[in-house]
Design a protein around this ligand. Structure first.
Ligand SMILES: N[C@@H](CCC(=O)N[C@@H](CS)C(=O)NCC(=O)O)C(=O)O
Length: 215
């Protein structure tokens, strides 16, 4: 049985597991309570960030790497087009852009603007993180002008990666996404796999309900 430690970006992993219909359990990690009080989790990831997974003797961190592992180990799956597929380059690019280009720069902005002491909130790093998100978002917008999904005509794990990043930006700093991005989010999150993942991830569900999409 696969154990997923922590929500946050662990939502991506749970969503993927639901899409693949693989059995798993979610083991919550309370980051706000302090991981130093959670020795069982620290034994899994001594670096103290979420998500992590345990699958038999395998322990992994990094949400995108975990998704790639699960698809390779338990696929084949249409969520990961094969390298010969014309959709593969866009798939590979947006799978990683969702974290490296969107979620991570915005995360640095969020930790400054929401969690930092008042006097340290408005700083160059926070503004740069937001500007990086904004710049890279243009690649998403351009893709959506050509196709309904990041890899083209079909939903893939790249959409799990990017959708998480866009919802993160909205739910944290209220980032003003455009019409095309909202229509995209409606498409990707209408899936049963997303809805089942939301039911598993109760903290994420509460966070989403507290930050509804614009009407
Ligand atoms: N690139 C990593 C980012 C992991 C990450 O930063 N997770 C956040 C919560 S979603 C966290 O645990 N932050 C606390 C920390 O880094 O100390 C991934 O995609 O898994």
């Amino acid at each position: 049985m696969i154990t997923v430690f922590g929500e946050g970006r662990g939502f991506r992993v749970v969503w993927l597991l639901e899409e693949m219909r693989l059995p798993y359990r979610l083991r919550p990690v309370d980051m706000l309570a302090g991981v130093e009080n959670d020795p069982e989790f620290l034994a899994i990831n001594p670096a103290g960030f979420i998500p992590a997974i345990q699958d038999g003797d395998t322990i992994m961190v990094e949400s995108i790497a975990i998704m790639e592992y699960l698809m390779a180990r338990y696929g084949p799956t249409s969520l990961a087009p094969p390298p010969q597929d014309p959709a593969f380059p866009a798939y590979q690019q947006f799978l990683h852009l969702g974290e490296a280009g969107l979620a991570m720069p915005m995360f640095m902005t969020v930790v400054s603007q929401i969690l930092a002491p008042e006097a340290e909130r408005d700083n160059w790093g926070a503004r740069k993180g937001r500007a990086m998100f904004e710049g890279r978002l243009r690649l998403v917008t351009r893709q959506l002008a050509q196709a309904p999904f990041m890899a083209g005509e079909a939903f893939t794990a790249a959409d799990i990666s990017v959708t998480y990043a866009l919802e993160f930006a909205h739910r944290t700093v209220g980032y003003p996404l455009g019409e095309a991005e909202w229509a995209y989010i409606e498409r990707t999150t209408a899936r049963d796999g997303y809805k089942r993942a939301m039911e598993t991830c109760q903290a994420t569900k509460a966070w989403a309900e507290a930050n509804p999409r614009p009407a």
